[in-house]
Design a protein around this ligand. Structure first.
Ligand SMILES: [Zn+2]
Length: 204
């Protein structure tokens, strides 16, 4: 159950208290309808409006809510005011909310349905490789990319890339994410320098 309390504090300065109460409640009604829709709140909703003396004013508030809910895709039912002056209503959550429990938005496209093209991913990869190869001690790179990069990183293109960047580059297509890749830079194998012994010839 959702309980919403309409606060009177901000709007009490008017001369005609009953008119002020009604206006505040009407404003609140449209805002509440909007929030229920936005947050997709379902179930029983109880709204504690500011006390209204006249039945006519209460009917106006109900009328305002009813017309606001016409824009709501969810089924809403207004039960009316209880004796304590609480407005009771129900709202049946739309299927979107049920769906959002089973699905979350896609982390790769972030819900946009669009992702970086293979060409754009390749351009980034190229920059990263070039930057990494500025280090002279790096002799090559093992790259893992998403399978849709195979059109760009054909065996021929891989060879050309290695030639252009003057490094050994191996490419695998097992990376699971289409908008990123993995690069493992390979350091030149440093041969441990053995202390050279002087040969007989040299010692002479
Ligand atoms: Zn997506």
């Amino acid at each position: 159950m959702t309980v919403i309390d309409v606060n009177s504090a901000s709007n009490i300065s008017g001369n005609d208290v009953s008119e002020t109460s009604l206006n505040t409640n009407l404003e609140a009604a449209s805002e509440i309808a909007r929030q229920l829709r936005l947050r997709n709140i379902g179930g029983i909703v109880v709204i504690d409006f500011i006390d209204m003396k006249s039945d006519e004013d209460r009917q106006k508030v109900i009328g305002s809510l009813t017309s606001e809910f016409k824009r709501d895709k969810a089924r809403t039912m207004i039960m009316g005011f209880t004796r304590l002056g609480l407005l009771e209503m129900t709202r049946k959550r739309s299927t979107a909310a049920i769906g959002s429990k089973l699905y979350s938005s896609c982390p790769i496209c972030k819900g946009t349905g669009r992702i970086e093209s293979p060409r754009a991913v390749y351009q980034r990869l190229l920059k990263d490789l070039t930057r990494g190869f500025q280090d002279e001690t790096i002799s090559g790179a093992a790259v893992q990319v998403y399978q849709n990069m195979s059109g760009i990183l054909t065996p021929d293109n891989q060879k050309n890339l290695g030639r252009t960047l003057k490094r050994e580059i191996s490419v695998g297509f097992t990376w699971p994410i289409p908008t990123s890749y993995e690069v493992k830079f390979v350091k030149q194998q440093e041969k441990p320098k053995k202390p050279r012994r002087k040969t007989k010839k040299e010692s002479k």
